[in-house]
Design a protein around this ligand. Structure first.
Ligand code: AMP
Length: 361
């Protein structure tokens, strides 16, 4: 396990007037790089061949490292180059998906913005549930045993499938019938079924709450709220029921984009309370706890209750609609505050106060 003290030593050797914000060229890299540059940092993107065009065309990266596979990030040559350029890596969903938590914890000895150890807590469903339940956040009931299905439930598969192949069931019989059908159509594998998670389906509207915890100010800020656009489930609502019943349309939940949401103002007090509780618990379970951006992924019911089905312990792509600021970041900071820029601002402030160690692990 790479310890914060090792990274603080490396950071101490860095040229503080010439720091680089580095990230994988994917997910939320545009705003991370743009924000870094706006606060006077150099910027660097590590891109899979073919993707560098995005960061070249938008002109947000001072330097681009092209790789065939993101795992090349773990090679000594690239690690040395990142350190030579005084880099701080900003982690996001693609770093977790393509490099993996094990490697981030043990084989990526480059200073990271945020708490390296907390990333595991978002990647493991059991740890995630422990964290949320300690923070008294309501969650949908969950089981691994399809015989226990007793209400409308969503059947989920792990990891990279990202919403593909999910289906809804009311009882065990329907689970057997639908999973057999999905296997036959090769939409899922036997292994997927062995690792299935079945959750009570929460009726309501989805809201993805993006927060920023500032260790410098010891406050949780509400940054923005989004909803996801998911294919095919969002498209299904545009087909009349009579036509839906004539064809089989896979009701998958694959995220294809994000759209801004503003919550009923009266919900904000609850939203702040949840953010505060999550941060308080994070300090117990994975010291120094949550640092910087995180997101609680919820359904809000017509009783105005939040049910969380996931937490992300880093920037989420749901902040991308707010590259020039969200309604909430406008209230707090005025115009033009993206989450990428908020990260860079915290780093800038930490440098001024000589408190970088509070942010870097
Ligand atoms: P996930 O892979 O857990 O992020 O879920 C993908 C999508 O499925 C979410 O964005 C929701 O639209 C939907 N979803 C997940 N869990 C539930 C649930 N328990 N109840 C209702 N919808 C859910």
């Amino acid at each position: 396990m790479i310890e914060p003290s090792e990274m603080h030593e490396i950071f101490e050797e860095y040229d503080k007037d010439n720091l680089t914000i580095a990230t994988i060229g994917s997910h939320s890299a545009l705003q991370i790089l743009k924000g870094g540059r706006e606060l006077g940092f150099n910027t660097l993107a590590i891109c899979k061949k073919g993707r560098e065009v995005i960061y070249e065309r938008f002109g947000v990266a001072d330097h681009i490292i092209v790789v065939k596979d993101y795992l090349e990030l773990l090679r000594d040559e690239i690690i040395n180059e990142l350190r030579k350029r005084n880099s701080i890596i900003v982690p996001h969903g693609s770093l977790i998906a393509y490099v993996g938590v094990d490697a981030i914890e043990n084989r990526l000895p480059v200073p990271l913005f945020g708490n390296r150890k907390i990333l595991r807590w978002e990647s493991d469903r059991n740890l995630e549930r422990q964290w949320l339940s300690k923070a008294n956040i309501k969650m949908p009931k969950e089981t691994k045993d399809p015989r226990e299905i007793s209400c409308l439930s969503i059947v989920k598969f792990p990891g990279a499938k990202g919403g593909r192949g999910y289906f809804l069931v009311q009882n065990y019989g329907e689970f057997l019938r639908k999973s057999r059908e999905m296997l036959k159509k090769k939409r899922i594998t036997k292994e997927d079924l062995d690792n299935v998670t079945i959750q009570e389906y929460v009726m309501g509207a989805n809201m993805y709450l993006s927060y920023f915890y500032s260790p410098l100010n010891d406050t949780v800020e509400l940054f923005g709220i989004d909803r996801r656009w998911e294919a095919n489930i969002d498209g299904l609502t545009r087909i009349p029921a009579i036509d839906q019943s004539n064809v089989y349309i896979e009701p998958s939940y694959v995220v294809v984009g994000n759209a801004p949401v503003v919550a009923r103002e009266s919900l904000l007090a609850k939203i702040f309370r949840m953010g505060d509780d999550i941060v308080a618990v994070s300090k117990e379970i994975a010291p120094p706890g949550m640092l910087g951006p995180f997101c609680l992924e919820t359904m809000v019911t017509h009783h105005l209750e939040f049910f969380a089905f996931e937490i992300s312990a880093r920037i989420v792509a749901g902040t991308n609609p707010f590259m020039n600021g969200s309604p909430y970041s406008y209230v707090q900071y005025g115009c033009n505050m993206s989450m990428g820029k908020r990260i860079a601002l915290e780093l800038r402030n930490a440098l001024k106060e000589k408190k970088e160690h509070l942010l870097i692990t």
